[in-house]
Design a binder for this molecule. Structure first.
Ligand code: HEC
Ligand code: HEC
Ligand code: HEC
Length: 447
């Protein structure tokens, strides 16, 4: 999910902020002395196991592993408008990883984004959320990472232009935006809700994708869960501005997060599919806690929110077929058999009137889905849809998107769909190229 690392986008403006002398006062952090890597058998296996689940909730693997490698050796190249940033090696290799880090240094990195050597880390590492992780959970994460296989792999140096490559500027950002202890708690709402709040606002960092960011790349406090961007995907609003045609309930959220799909909402794709994949090994009670808290966050349903049966009822007003014969014909020939075929999920597609992709604020997710299809989730009875990148050309794709929007979304047409189609194709081509990159860590240094 490289795009999440575009958090860095706003850091350009830090240059302005960091002029403040105050930033310099906190810019210097002491080094913490290195130690010999601890022997793996000095860690309690139960704590290591707990750490494994916590690492899954925190998506550590997704960012710290080159696609498909699964080894925490870092090196994931992340393009940003200002250059490329690479994730760190967090295996216990003493030289190139965090093997020489005492627990204290690890906790400081999680809480305040500072490396063992004292340098400030870019907030692409979501420590603005991890700062809320408890001592016990940090200890378990540390135990888990220190018992992985050490991998000797120096990630390449970030390729950022000045002034972004000047790390002390990050101190200015932290002064403005790094707040610990932001986790809401409310005894009256019960243990499950409070556990959910702790996970969602901390380790699971749901807001890192689902909250829009300001010009400095920080999450907007007054727009929590109002929808954000990651890669070329929209991470839908999850608060009361959600466009989901049917309101999310705690049960629906639980099913979606547990299995990757839910009958009234469809499937998780793109970066969200990775989040769900990571949650697969996490205890049921934690997934349920996340669902309970998020359902509460989603607030009162918007007035146009419907029950599943109302949402799919044909509307007399939508005479989209006449208005857009090309789109209607493609839909009838290539899509309707699955999406109106009466086969229940996971084997059929949802009625598209239920899809947030079509009701959403822009067409990116829809286009990504139609171009690439929906792949099977390993180990799950999960939905499959073929990709249409090769069989539908750009003009047809625009016609199809417009048709779906008016027929099923019953909303105003999106703007600039043709540009969105070109962008989606370019991103698809780039990700196919990246997916083909060698998983072998010895090859990783090469472009
Ligand atoms: C969204 C992507 C992302 C996620 C999720 C993520 N990290 Fe990172 N992490 C990064 C990047 C990028 C860096 C490098 C930052 C820099 O160079 O300034 C980093 C740096 C670090 C560092 C500092 C290493 C060093 O040598 O300075 C540690 C420790 C770390 N991450 C641990 C974790 C743990 C533990 C988790 C899961 C709980 C995690 N990260 C999840 C992206 C991520
Ligand atoms: C790495 C970025 C990222 C993170 C982290 C993330 N999400 Fe998502 N999420 C997305 C994207 C992108 C989509 C849209 C995916 C799609 O179109 O299938 C999405 C979709 C969703 C949806 C579907 C909404 C709808 O109306 O269809 C829900 C619910 C959701 N996420 C909940 C969560 C929760 C809860 C967490 C934290 C445990 C979380 N997400 C963490 C990126 C993310
Ligand atoms: C072979 C069956 C099949 C065909 C053909 C097919 N789909 Fe799908 N589609 C699926 C399945 C299965 C899913 C995943 C379940 C879901 O989310 O609806 C899906 C998901 C989707 C989604 C996401 C719905 C959501 O928000 O969860 C959209 C949008 C979509 N398809 C559009 C199309 C379009 C447009 C076409 C024709 C160009 C098409 N599909 C052709 C089976 C199919």
């Amino acid at each position: 999910m490289p795009g999440q690392l575009r958090i860095i986008t706003g850091i350009a403006a830090i240059a302005l902020v960091a002029g403040a002398a105050a930033a310099f006062a906190v810019a210097w952090r002491p080094q913490i002395a290195a130690m010999a890597p601890p022997r793996p058998d000095t860690f309690d296996p139960d704590i290591v196991k707990r750490g494994r689940d916590l690492a899954a909730i925190g998506n550590c693997n997704t960012c710290h592993t080159v696609h498909g490698d699964g080894n925490y050796a870092g090196g994931l190249p992340v393009p940003t408008p200002f250059g490329t940033i690479f994730s760190s090696n967090i295996t216990p290799d003493a030289e190139t990883g965090i093997g020489s880090w005492p627990e204290e240094a690890f906790v400081r990195a999680m809480r305040s984004g500072v490396g063992r050597d004292g340098r400030h880390l870019y907030p692409t590492f979501p420590y603005d959320h991890f700062t809320n992780v408890s001592d016990a959970d940090d200890r378990a994460l540390y135990a888990f990472l220190m018992t992985r296989q050490p991998v000797h792999a120096s990630p390449r140096a970030n390729q950022l232009t000045f002034p972004l490559n000047y790390r002390p500027l990050i101190a200015g950002w932290k002064l403005l935006y790094l707040r610990s202890g932001d986790v809401p708690s409310d005894a009256a709402k019960g243990a499950e809700w409070n556990r959910g709040a702790y996970l969602v606002e901390g380790l699971a960092h749901c807001g890192a994708c689902h909250t829009p960011r300001n010009a400095l790349g920080a999450e907007r406090v007054n727009a929590q869960f109002a929808g954000g961007d990651v890669d070329n995907w929209h991470a839908y609003a999850l608060n009361d501005t959600s466009r989901a045609p049917v309101r999310w309930t705690a049960d629906a959220l639980y099913a979606y997060l547990r299995h990757g799909w839910q009958a009234d909402h469809g499937t998780a794709r793109g970066p969200m599919a990775e989040v769900v994949g990571n949650l697969a090994t996490v205890a049921d009670s934690d997934v349920r806690a996340i669902a309970v808290y998020m359902a509460d966050v989603s607030g009162a349903p918007a007035p146009d929110r419907k029950s599943p049966t109302d949402a799919v009822a044909p509307s007399a007003a939508a005479d989209a077929t006449q208005a857009n014969a090309t789109g209607a014909a493609i839909y009838a020939a290539a899509c309707a058999s699955c999406h109106e075929g009466g086969r229940a999920l996971p084997y059929g597609g949802v009625n598209l009137a239920l899809s947030t992709a079509i009701a959403g604020p822009d067409p990116r997710n829809l286009l990504n889905i139609v171009l690439s299809g929906v792949g099977a989730v390993p180990g799950e009875r999960s939905p499959i849809m073929p990709g249409f990148a090769a069989s539908v050309d750009d003009a047809q794709m625009v016609a199809l998107a417009n048709y779906l929007r008016s027929k099923f979304g019953k909303r105003q047409l999106w703007k600039d769909v043709d540009k969105a189609v070109r962008d989606a194709r370019a991103v698809q081509a780039a990700s196919l190229a990246a997916g083909d990159a060698p998983a072998d860590s010895s090859q990783r240094g090469k472009p």
